[in-house]
Write a protein that binds this ligand. Structure first.
Ligand code: SF4
Length: 480
């Protein structure tokens, strides 16, 4: 990967610094769009004794100084998406990192067992809770007994830990001058998390569990960070991150402040990547459109019946009414997220999805649909549900493609299959991933099955039900 045009990259002298490699096991575009990755990078670099540099899957060497990963004292991985396990294994196996100290954090470590043997520590929760103490104590070589007394730090080999770490209240470090690049999915943007967790309880939702409890940043902190960031950073966009921005208790004050800021400084686009229509704030829609954001993203998930079954209680009619409101304020494009292969789904549910999409198209919107198979996630009320039969999922996807043509995008069945075996996997799945990485890549489902057979792993069963032992369940009480 060549040199990336980026602003607010941290530059320090390497000499006498404790060197931390922060690895995002996916491409740069995905890494730079992740607020957690940005926060961690700047937070670690506030610390005098350390210098944190970033790596992504295409970078090979650090983005900051072009150093090799073997020159670092500590390797930290951000593990956001189950198939990224292949990339973590690639770093560990190919770069010969087995003797380097490693820690893996991010949502996927809520089932840490596929990582067994690959990392010394796992960080469960949100890094702000104790990551600086962790670094301090690693530098001072205090020993693992002390490290595992820190909230969030789990010694996976010896199963020692003292529970999930998370800041409460949420007003912890939020950088105003963030490393940013036009290559991010948001373009050149300042990202702020307005809240973490979610007030709703959809039964399939992993994010709600990972980021619980629901917490909000104060309006005082948000306005200060936004003011400083936009004035000095001149970002083109501001992204307000939240599971559902409409739920933020001081939303109207925030909109008023942003309106006023635009009048006295410059025009920046405001993006809200996640909204629920059963809690819609019209002022917000009006404000977003006026700021230049003409796209609204919604997640109806499935047909009305299945939507109610999974705990998202709004009707198709509610959704169409919301679209009328969007139309009134000048929204041009609607992005819709759906799942297929939910428990109890029939072809009628898929037909009902097509019907809904067509209704919205008829209203004059440009509609883009993303549809992916339902993947049961650990710790959710759906953790014991089945992942669909691959052949059947392929047929359903074919049907959706035939009906929706170019309006449809998908990550595909293979990605969902990988997600499914890893999300509810165990140590055996970790071994399988190591085997696949050693024997070449990227693995197709057939290659995975072949490797699994050699290791005596019943892959079909893992995809369908997860590990028979369901080891993450034993940890649950400690995390809460
Ligand atoms: S799906 Fe969205 S609204 Fe539902 S619990 Fe998850 S984050 Fe909240």
């Amino acid at each position: 990967m060549g040199v990336v045009a980026e602003k607010f990259t941290v530059k320090k002298k390497v000499r006498r610094k404790f060197r931390i490699a922060l690895v995002y096991p996916n491409v740069y575009k995905v890494a730079i769009s992740n607020l957690g990755f940005r926060i961690l990078y700047h937070l670690l670099n506030l610390y005098e004794r350390a210098y944190c540099e970033r790596f992504t899957s295409e970078s090979g060497r650090s983005l900051e100084t072009g150093s090799s990963i073997s020159e670092f004292n500590l390797i930290m991985f951000t593990y956001q998406y189950e198939p990224d396990l292949f990339e973590i294994v690639r770093w560990v196996v190919r770069q010969n990192l087995s003797n380097r100290m490693k820690i893996v954090g991010g949502p996927c470590v809520y089932n840490p067992f596929p990582l067994k043997g690959l990392t010394d520590y796992v960080y469960v929760g949100e890094a702000e809770a104790s990551i600086i103490d962790f670094i301090n104590e690693v530098i001072d070589e205090v020993g693992e007994d002390v490290l595992t007394t820190l909230k969030g730090v789990l010694d996976l080999e010896n199963m020692k830990y003292s529970g999930k770490g998370f800041p409460e209240p949420l007003d912890t470090f939020l950088p105003s001058l963030q490393a940013s690049s036009k290559l991010s999915v948001f373009g050149d943007a300042l990202l702020v998390d307005v809240s973490r967790g979610c007030r709703w309880s959809c039964k399939f939702c992993f994010g709600r569990y990972v980021y619980s409890p629901y917490r909000e940043r104060s309006i005082e902190q948000l306005t200060q960070v936004i003011e400083e960031g936009l004035k000095a950073g001149r970002y083109e966009s501001l992204v307000l991150i939240s599971a559902d921005l409409n739920s933020y208790s001081r939303l109207n004050e925030l909109i008023e402040y942003l309106n006023e800021l635009q009048k006295r400084s410059y025009k920046f686009k405001v993006v809200a990547p996640s909204l629920r229509i059963d809690n819609l704030n019209e002022e917000l829609i009006e404000f977003l459109v006026e700021s230049g954001e003409k796209t609204i993203t919604l997640a109806p998930e499935s047909s009305e019946d299945l939507r109610y079954m999974i705990g998202k209680k709004f009707t198709d009619e509610d959704l169409l009414k919301a679209c009328t409101i969007f139309k009134r304020y000048g929204v041009k494009k609607i992005k819709l997220y759906f799942m297929f292969g939910l428990p109890g789904e029939t072809m009628q549910d898929l037909e009902s999805i097509i019907g809904l999409v067509r209704e919205i198209m008829k209203m004059g919107f440009l509609v883009r649909v993303s549809a992916n198979p339902f993947v049961p996630k650990p710790h959710t009320p759906f953790e014991d549900e089945e992942f669909g039969d691959v052949k059947e999922l392929k047929e359903r996807l074919r049907f959706l493609k035939k009906e929706l043509k170019d309006a449809l995008s998908t990550d595909g069945i293979r990605q969902a299959f990988l997600q499914s075996i890893i999300a509810r996997g165990d140590e055996e799945i970790g071994k399988l991933v190591v085997e696949c990485v050693k024997s070449g890549e990227p693995p197709t489902i057939t290659q995975l099955k072949r490797n699994a057979e050699r290791l005596g792993i019943d892959l079909k069963e893992y995809a369908k039900h997860g590990s028979e032992a369901k080891p993450w369940k034993r940890l649950r009480t400690h995390y809460l």
